[in-house]
Write a protein that binds this ligand. Sequence first.
Ligand code: ZN
Length: 411
Amino acid sequence: MVVFDSVTRRRVRVGPDIGKAKLYACGITPYDATHLGHAFTYVSIDLLHRVWLDAKLDVDYAQNITDVDDPLLERAAATGVEWRELAASQIKLFRSDMEALRVVPPGVYRGVVESMDDVVALVAELAQRGAVYQVGDGCPDWYFSVESAPEFLAGRDLESDLATFAERGGDPDRPGKRHPLDPLVWRAERPGEPSWAAPVSAAIPAPPDSRGRPGWHVECAAIALKALGADFDVQAGGKDLAFPHHPMCAAQATQLTGQRFAKAYLHVGMVGLDGEKMSKSRGNLIFVHKLLAGGADPMAVRLLLLDHHYRSDWEYTADELPRAALRLERWRSAARVAGNAASATGQFDPSAGIRYAGELLNGVRTALADDLDAPTALAAVDRWAKKPGTNPAATALAVRVVDALLGINLG
Ligand code: ZN
């Protein structure tokens, strides 16, 4: 299959011939429930996972949880909930939303807190290699030097990168940094914040018993390397991770391993509402669990997401859910009618039904193999639903195709 690699900006073949595929998806920061933007990201990545499983590949899929981070700690402080409790409750809600949307879970699902030893070891290794320096007095913070990773800076547009870096949590103007794009890898302990023992490196003299917590990029680098090793097939996430997060992960991991991090990058479009990107900071969120609590069929929610190509940015409008629910009902009634017609008459046209189901299977497989073109795959199901035939075995095959490849349960 091919996907559009957003780094080389080319369509590249993914899914190796060796029977094994490795996928890493950047996970959530658990301080707020799953909104439609998250759901679109993980349902889109789920399509890649399903295509690989359908191709009989042995898939290693790892996803992290950023379970200690500024917005989580801020939300915990603002609501008076202990940060670990807040994270645990939001992880539970995210997982139940994913389960309702029938997202096949990753084999490795790891939080930063439980991976702290690996993250600290990676920071120490980077320091040993001279890629880390300190900024600030007393208990300084540690930064990764992007100049130590020449491939990171090659061909970049510094002006636009600096603006994006600042917008997405970077601190380009902090005095004492060697390069404005250098990312934080270790934040010295601040009063009232959770902390862990600092990395130990002869290259970076830290006061005894100094503590702190890691930066975001190095966390994903450590968790991905531990779960998948270097040179895995795809790193995936929302489009807002295309810079700086993914290139920073790659620069840090490559510094350590000398190998490529991910072979290709899959970036999912942003979901908007009322002319703005759906985001926590803007507060314009549509939550999956609220749609479900309001009576929405989770399969209709999944279907409305699949009706958008994963690379497109789109706006959620109120008519999408009823439209998806109608489509789902048409598909379900095709599955029912085909079965009923056969049992009522005791007769059916086996060849027609087999042909229709075969066309459905080919249509869905071909569309998804072409850069996960879900809208075209849905159109193939629409064609089948208009003319499903009355062969029960063929109908059962069609139902399995829609279930296995698109994750839509027609039962
Ligand atoms: Zn990540």
